[in-house]
Design a protein around this ligand. Structure first.
Ligand code: ZN
Length: 241
């Protein structure tokens, strides 16, 4: 990877990530701009060509419906999530129902849906949560750089297959613990994936999400992976690749 790629990535706190390609295609993943660390409000988001939501928990679904209604992106999502979202959206949104193992063209980008080890249920309505399909991760090929966003997940051995099949360069991995894997397991995930760069997410939002990037670095060193680049931008800070 060199600066010539022209890819920009911005973490907005929690699992909320924006990727912008060299030609200006904007990808938003798990767009919870209402999280306590986000410096950008959802109504200040001006561009979304591709929208991705890893699962139906409110801290990942976030502002997806409102953003999709306003900005009309292409939105590949697991089948059950599209059944729920579809009736709430206008014809301008290209909702693509898919499932784990699939790869689709979204806004000119190849988007692959992969496994996650977690649970999923949508916004609580009355007695309980609405089932919105299984949780997933995504690999997005931005043209010269492949980005894996794991969503919420524990470590699982098949991350080695994600590495083998999709060769992610950059991995956005949860490290907070409690609801996901923590730093020790995340370091092992980096090893299985073979990613050269990791961006820790899903930490620091609440006290329960206690894992830290420093702990991740320590665990990477323990595995002999000191050469892996750990990017820790501040929420809202853009990193250019
Ligand atoms: Zn979750």
């Amino acid at each position: 990877m060199t600066d010539a790629l022209g890819v920009q990535l911005t973490w907005f706190g929690h699992a909320c990530v924006e990727l912008v390609t060299a030609d200006g295609t904007t990808v938003l993943i798990d767009p919870w701009f209402g999280n306590p660390r986000s410096p950008r409000a959802a109504d200040a988001v001006e561009s979304c060509d591709v929208l991705l939501v890893t699962h139906g928990h409110g801290d990942h679904l976030g502002d997806a419906i409102e953003l999709a209604q306003r900005l009309e992106p292409t939105w590949p999502a697991i089948h059950e999530l599209t059944l729920w979202a579809g009736p709430q959206l206008g014809d301008g949104v290209q909702l693509i129902g898919m499932n784990k193992g699939g790869t689709v063209d979204a806004g000119g980008l190849r988007v692959s849906m992969v496994r996650a080890e977690h649970s999923a249920g949508g916004p609580v309505e009355g007695a309980g949560a609405v089932y919105l399909g299984e949780p997933v991760g995504f690999v997005v090929d931005l043209g010269g750089v492949r980005v894996y966003h794991a969503g919420d997940t524990d470590l699982f051995g098949d991350m080695a297959l994600i590495g083998e099949l999709h060769h992610p360069d950059i991995a956005f991995l949860p490290i907070g613990g409690h609801y996901t894997m923590g730093p020790r397991a995340a370091a092992r995930a980096v090893q299985l994936l073979g990613a050269s760069t990791v961006v820790p997410i899903h930490y620091g939002t609440f006290p329960a999400l206690a894992g830290t990037p420093d702990e991740l670095r320590t665990e990477l060193l323990r595995l002999g992976l000191g050469a892996v680049r750990v990017l820790t931008p501040e929420p809202g800070e853009t990193v250019s690749l």
